[in-house]
Write a protein that binds this ligand. Structure first.
Ligand SMILES: [Ca+2]
Ligand SMILES: [Ca+2]
Ligand SMILES: [Ca+2]
Length: 233
């Protein structure tokens, strides 16, 4: 895994300037880093969290900057500068899909990005020319609860927005709703029975009828489905 860092030369230059002008006088935007990336298996629920890396308190000049995906070509342009002064040291920015925003436990995104903003298999996300966050095949969890953190660590998702609100989401709150119609019912039961037996091909809950991930559709999955009968939470 390679985590590119293009900010070194710019950072050194800026530190030099700060040394002359003082830290409060220099407004910029170079010390935001892509800190955490999360997606569910179909890309409808995604977030990208940025973090101010270095205690710089005036990193407000986001106008003209962007976050982009090299694989999908999607680009999110920040609509303007942050509307505050002396407000950025060690803070976070949260870019997320609207489906993420609707989940229980989700802090309000600072910016909305479209579903499928970045690729799940492998991608490099860029924050302008200042940072890049790269992951390869199999490195991004899509188990609905874990995310990929800077440095390659995976762990529970922890989205944090600029206001400092943080949380953790379960991106698969209703895994037994196999057909995605918002409730667990007879159609889901029939789908599960039709898939009865060893999993065919990939075995990645919750996108299959194998709800407990043991690669067999069986009695435990049936009991899980029956326990979740009715409207999704
Ligand atoms: Ca986080
Ligand atoms: Ca259903
Ligand atoms: Ca199973």
């Amino acid at each position: 895994m390679k985590y590119g860092r293009r900010a070194i030369a710019l950072g050194v230059m800026s530190v030099g300037l700060v040394g002359i002008a003082g830290p409060q006088a220099m407004a910029g935007s170079h010390s935001w880093r892509i800190n955490e990336v999360f997606s569910n298996a179909d890309g409808t629920i995604q977030f990208v969290e940025l973090k101010e890396c270095c205690g710089m308190n005036n990193e407000v000049l986001l106008s003209g900057k962007y976050v982009s995906s090299q694989t999908t070509g999607n680009i999110f342009n920040f609509p303007g500068n942050l509307p505050c002064n002396n407000c950025t040291a060690n803070q976070h920015l949260l870019l997320a899909t609207s489906a993420f925003a609707a989940l229980p436990g989700a802090p309000a995104p600072d910016y909305i990005i479209p579903a499928g903003f970045f690729a799940i298999e492998a991608d490099t996300l860029d924050y302008y020319i200042y940072d890049a966050f790269t992951f390869g095949a199999g490195e991004l969890p899509t188990d609905c609860v874990n995310s990929l953190h800077d440095g390659g660590r995976t762990g529970p998702n922890s989205p944090t927005n600029f206001a400092g609100e943080t949380g953790s989401v379960d991106a698969c709150p209703c895994p037994a709703d196999l057909d995605g119609d918002g409730s667990v019912g007879i159609l889901d039961l029939l789908a599960l029975l039709a898939a009865w037996g060893p999993c065919q091909g990939e075995c990645l809950p919750p996108t299959t009828c194998d709800l407990d991930g043991d690669c067999v559709v069986g009695i435990l999955d049936l009991l899980t489905l029956l326990a979740a009968w009715g409207p999704c939470p």
